[in-house]
Design a protein around this ligand. Structure first.
Ligand code: FAD
Length: 453
């Protein structure tokens, strides 16, 4: 078999797997390389297993909400079915045989190993060199980032990769990081009875989101007994006699386990970027609107720094595939309306710019914000109804440039708002629409009235 092919894909996260498949199905000779599991972080350690945990945790919480609304309930949490579902249904015991077969059936030649550029259009995997006629696509993704805290490296701390493999839950847990991953896991474990403390260096959890969204989630966490400490400096971490001690300012917090969820580190350090004239210290790769980094080199997914989401990796995959196939009128990447959802309860869905980002961008900003709990549906829903809809308008253009929906279905309400931002639907048109009664998304109409007032 010749080692000269059309395209080499290094890293088969969701996007890499998709590009490799599309190109092979279009008739190109494609080599796909992954050092671990085909499909990447999302199916094995990220989105899918964590959302299974959250689904289970939300069921428990809904059970607890029965009291006072529909009778009485006694909820007994059991982690075993969650662990089993993740192992059997989500990850197939962290075995990618099915994904590899799917890839090979599509015509991709799969190589397991660490891929590294050794020059333009040349890649080495464990001593074997491949040459690409059209080029190389990088989709090497991220690893858990570990902050430089004294003593941390010497302890058996967990990352998301350990958290999704748990068969038994600890009694207590400290979570370093109150971003989307930390917040989701903290709440899921707490709902199963784990005593959870979240440590966040920023002044609020979910710091990239609107402050109003952070405030609602912080209150929900407090109501559920999750301790949240913000603006903290973590001095050191120790592990002795099966117990973690975390020194935070002048207090020492103790817990059975420690989960580090303090951001992600891009896998760019050991892929030979210097051999193609790129900075090997780069934290992300600059790409043009067709995902091209340089002649014969494309990049997609978390390493492009445009949003670490599976939907971003897949979106960019589709653009890169068309570019590599030289499709006439190949689509160009447009990042104005990137949706993101934090699957806490309440869910936080947002798209585009926050109010602060829009103001920093120099826009003439108008904002509309309504409380979801006092909307018709929120009032009917009652227990667990906290939320809001916040709209950010570029008043000069009369279009939304950002929006946030927090609530029981925040991520679903978001879809209408994403259309509005993406398609630049005038706010006057949005205000003239009919919104079904009594839905949560009907709060958008009230937020538009607030915007106009
Ligand atoms: C806990 C958690 C929850 C998440 N939840 C969500 C969610 O709900 N929704 C959402 O949209 N996103 C979520 N994400 C983010 C999502 O998982 C990623 O954005 C997604 O996996 C896309 O990443 P990627 O395509 O850049 O590559 P990755 O999925 O990171 O995959 C990269 C692949 O490259 C391989 N690789 C790396 N270097 C090399 C090399 N040199 N040679 C060969 N192979 C290599 C790796 O083994 C891996 O298979 C979550 C992430 C985490 C950690």
């Amino acid at each position: 078999m010749s080692n000269e092919v059309d395209v080499i894909v290094i890293g088969l996260g969701p996007g890499g797997e998709s590009v490799a498949t599309e190109l092979a199905q279009a008739g190109l000779e494609v080599v796909g390389i992954d050092k671990h599991l085909v499909g990447g972080e999302c199916p094995y350690y990220g989105c899918v297993p964590t959302k299974m945990m959250i689904r289970a945790a939300d069921l428990l919480q809904e059970g607890r909400r029965i009291s006072g609304m529909a009778g009485d309930s006694t909820v007994t949490a059991d982690w075993a079915p969650v662990a089993q579902r993740i192992t059997d249904e989500a990850t197939d015991h962290w075995d990618d045989t099915v994904a590899v077969e799917r890839l090979e059936d599509a015509g991709v030649r799969f190589v397991r190993g660490h891929g590294r550029l050794v020059g333009p259009r040349e890649v080495e995997v464990d001593g074997e060199t491949f040459v690409a006629r059209r080029g190389v696509l990088l989709n090497t993704g991220t690893e858990p980032g570990v902050p430089p805290i004294a003593g941390l490296d010497e302890t058996p701390y967990w990352t998301n990769r350990d958290a999704v493999k748990l068969e038994q839950l600890p009694g207590s847990l400290i979570v370093i990081g109150g971003g989307a991953i930390g917040a989701e896991l903290a709440q899921a474990f707490a709902r199963f009875g784990v005593r959870v403390t979240v440590l966040e260096v920023a002044e609020r959890i979910l710091a990239p989101e609107e402050p109003e969204a952070s405030a609602i989630v912080t209150k929900a966490f407090a109501d559920e007994g999750i301790q949240v400490l913000t603006g903290v400096t973590i001095e050191s971490v120790k592990h002795t006699d099966g117990q973690f001690s975390v020194e935070v300012g002048d207090q020492v917090l103790a817990a059975e386990k420690l989960l580090v969820a303090a951001g992600r580190r891009t896998n760019l350090g050991d892929i030979g970027l210097d051999t193609v004239g790129l900075d090997p210290q780069a934290r992300s790769l600059d790409t043009d609107e067709h995902m091209q980094v340089s002649d014969g080199l494309w990049a997609i997914g978390d390493i492009t720094g445009k949003g670490a989401f599976t939907h971003m990796s897949m979106y960019q995959a589709s653009i890169a595939a068309k570019a590599i196939l030289d499709v006439t009128d190949a689509p160009a990447a447009d990042y104005r309306a990137v949706p993101r959802v934090t699957f806490t309860d309440p869910e936080v869905g947002s798209v585009g710019m926050t109010e602060e980002q829009a103001r920093d961008d120099g826009l003439d900003v108008r904002v509309g914000c309504v409380d979801l709990a006092s909307s018709s549906r929120g009032w009917i829903h009652k227990s667990g109804n906290a939320g809001l809809v916040k709209l950010v308008e570029d008043a000069a253009a009369g279009v939304l440039v950002g929006a946030t929906a927090v609530g029981p279905s925040g991520g679903e309400i978001l879809s209408a708002l994403t259309v509005a931002v993406h398609a630049r639907v005038p706010t006057s048109t949005l205000a003239s629409m009919i919104y079904a009664y009594p839905t949560f998304h009907r709060a958008i109409e009230d937020a538009l009235k607030d915007l106009a007032s």
